[in-house]
Ligand binder design. Structure first.
Ligand code: C2E
Ligand code: CA
Ligand code: CA
Ligand code: CA
Length: 276
């Protein structure tokens, strides 16, 4: 319903009703999936640019809906955030990811995405501490991925939580860098160890796009000068890899190396590696 007054509102009502109905169903299905423990995590390798070996994996949430099939996070996380379900889902993700990482060689990190909404919970720090204790992995192996939007709300509370976690040894990464609005001073204030260069910049990289190369160079130099490492997201071509290497980006992630894979495939991959 746009500007047309009551008449047009009535015209759109059935669609609005349908939309509300669909959202309620989806919310109910998310609750059921959570209660049955049927969410799943896939893992994508984060590759050290120097050695070409994985330094860790990023956990990515997957929902296999009984009727609708595979649903990607972009389709359900926004509703989970609105309804508050992201809190129990986020707790599940944290516990599942840490327990899975406990099966890996202990030089491999596990990166977990956090929604801004999770910082509104007073329990965030204790949930993470609990997940670490439960799994037995060292705090230094856990990397939290947060976006610039977290700094926009209750910045003092967010800062306190991140600072506390960082003090325990947990690593903090700034995700999707370049897509948000945060000032450069926030980057200095918050305890970020790593900056993840958003896929949109990496995508634009090619031998002929000098401008995008200059952006990548500027970000890497800026991060490095603040003592932070850099990871390029969404690397899809050998050309992008070569450029990012030449610009001294520390880590790479993307379909060029691998797609996110299920937990069992990660273990198989490690097993093959040990044997060869
Ligand atoms: P993100 O944190 O930026 O994660 C990277 C996304 O890019 C993933 O999509 C990954 O599958 C995809 N990707 C990786 N390499 C490539 C590539 O080379 N090309 C392209 N085109 N895409 C690539 P995914 O798994 O659909 O996740 C989307 C977003 O959903 C994530 O973006 C993250 O913001 C959110 N998300 C995923 N899992 C969780 C979770 O457990 N908790 C929270 N709060 N958010 C999550
Ligand atoms: Ca991420
Ligand atoms: Ca990202
Ligand atoms: Ca994202």
């Amino acid at each position: 319903a746009k500007s047309g007054g009551r008449g047009s509102f009535r015209f759109f009502e059935p669609e609005l009703d349908q939309l509300m109905h669909a959202r309620r169903n989806m919310e109910r299905d998310m609750r059921d999936t959570l209660a049955r423990g049927e969410f799943e995590l896939h893992y994508q390798a984060i590759i050290n640019a120097g050695s070409g070996e994985p330094s860790g994996f990023e956990a990515l949430l997957r929902w296999h809906h009984p009727q609708r099939g595979l649903i990607m996070p972009a389709e359900f996380i926004p509703l989970a955030e609105e309804t508050g379900l992201i809190l129990p889902i986020g707790d599940w993700v944290m516990r599942a990811a840490c327990s899975e990482a406990a099966k890996w060689p202990d030089d491999l990190k596990i990166a977990v995405n956090l929604s801004p909404a999770q910082f509104r919970s007073k329990e965030l720090v204790s949930t993470i501490v609990g997940a670490l204790a439960n799994s037995g992995i060292a705090a230094q192996r856990l990397e939290l991925e947060v976006t610039e939007t977290i700094t926009m709300h209750d910045s003092e509370a967010v800062f306190a939580a991140l600072d506390q976690l960082h003090g325990l040894g947990v690593r903090i990464a700034l995700d999707d860098f370049g897509t948000g609005y945060s000032s450069l001073s926030l980057l200095q204030k918050f305890p970020f160890d790593k900056i993840k260069i958003d896929r949109s910049f990496v995508n634009a990289l090619s031998g002929t796009n000098e401008e995008s190369r200059l952006i990548a160079r500027a970000v890497v130099r800026f991060a490095t000068s603040l003592g932070k490492t850099t990871t390029a997201e969404g690397v899809e071509t050998g050309e992008q890899l070569a450029i990012l290497r030449a610009e001294a980006c520390d880590e790479m992630q993307g379909y060029y190396f691998n797609r996110p894979i299920c937990a069992a495939e990660v273990l198989k991959m490690m097993h093959r590696h040990v044997k060869s």
